[in-house]
Design a protein around this ligand. Structure first.
Ligand code: DP6
Length: 322
């Protein structure tokens, strides 16, 4: 059976950085995110008896080496669950630059999980899909459910999964992704996670997490945008401080990244309420209420060196395409 699925990328407001269990990708802390309407991966999977190996094509290029191995490992998990040993053809397309800190692994593994399990004849629940997607890439588990999502850390594999806190239409907030660099990053997030513990600030980060998660969930519940924005911006700076103070240090920002962060702070002083967050890459995500998104676009047009702007609303999670 040929199956195609579309999975959104997601932006974390409370981040996942550092794992309790590296192999099982069980995170050191709970994270909170929103699925993105305009940044997604579409993946087609077919298990075919005629194949003598797995064929994997991403964005028109055949994938080999470590990248292929990681995908084949995931296909092996699916084959094991389904009790089959057939090879697969996987064709995947991102509508945004891969490997530039825009969570292509999240949408990629979420789409692969949903299309792959269905193509293998499995019918998994949302929870089971989220657990499985997590084994491919941690943040992928958050791309499975709809809208605003919580991924509780969990103790063992079966209880580390994401679920929806609110539907996509719940709150009209936008994430404007400001693309300032499209090159694949030098240090992948998988490698970065292993360095988190070497930062002298990591313990403090983890100690403050439960309170932060509680506060942002209450801001989401009350639609208190000012509180929500302050927490998510402080959180991004907190994670990047850990990254920059790890051994060896990880600098994901470019000079443009900092320029945009500073612009966001200035706009706020001018009463345009915007906040920033940044993942493991140079691109800045500007969070605002949708009524302000036009103004943000106009401001960004005046900044030279902005390569692309992608405006997202909250979206549904991963689904099969007919
Ligand atoms: C900075 O999910 O990409 O984007 O599990 O090793 O694939 P792996 O890592 P990944 O890490 C995401 C890190 C982050 C923060 C976040 O999205 O929570």
């Amino acid at each position: 059976m040929k199956v195609k699925a579309r999975a959104p990328s997601n932006i974390a407001f409370i981040k996942y950085w550092g794992k309790k269990n590296e192999k099982l990708r069980i995170p050191a802390n709970t994270s909170i995110s929103m699925n993105l309407s305009e940044a997604y991966t579409e993946t087609f999977v077919e298990f075919d008896n005629k194949l003598s190996k797995d064929l994997i094509v991403i964005d028109g290029k055949s994938v080999e080496g470590n990248e292929k191995e990681r995908i084949v490992d995931h296909l092996n998990l699916i084959r094991k669950m389904a009790g089959i040993d057939t090879f697969a053809e996987v064709v995947s397309k991102n509508n945004f630059p891969k490997g530039a800190g825009m969570a292509s692994s999240a949408s990629g593994f979420a789409a692969l999980t949903v299309a792959g399990t269905k193509a293998a004849g499995l019918n998994l629940s949302e929870k089971e899909l989220s657990v499985l997607a997590r084994l491919g890439s941690g943040s992928a588990c958050r791309s499975i459910p709809d809208g605003f999502v919580e991924w509780k850390t969990g103790v063992k594999s079966g209880d580390s999964y994401a679920y929806s806190l609110q539907a996509p239409g719940y709150w009209d907030i936008c994430d404007t992704i400001v693309v300032v660099g499209e090159k694949a990053k030098k240090v992948s997030s998988t490698e970065g996670h292993t360095k988190a513990f070497s930062s002298p600030f990591y313990k403090a980060r983890i100690l403050g997490m439960n309170k932060k998660v509680k506060e942002i969930k209450s801001a989401l519940k009350n639609k208190d945008f000012t509180k929500f924005g302050r927490i998510l911006e402080e959180e991004a700076i907190n994670m990047h401080t850990v990254m920059m103070t790890s051994k060896p240090p990880l600098f994901y920002w470019l000079p443009k990244t900092l320029e945009i962060m500073q612009s966001v702070i200035t706009w706020r002083e001018e009463d345009l309420e915007t906040y920033f967050t940044i993942d493991a890459g140079p691109n800045v995500h500007i969070i605002c209420l949708s009524k302000d998104v036009k103004k943000v676009r106009i401001k960004l047009k005046k900044i030279p060196g902005v390569k692309k702007v992608i405006v997202n609303k909250a979206s549904e999670g991963t689904h099969i395409l007919k």
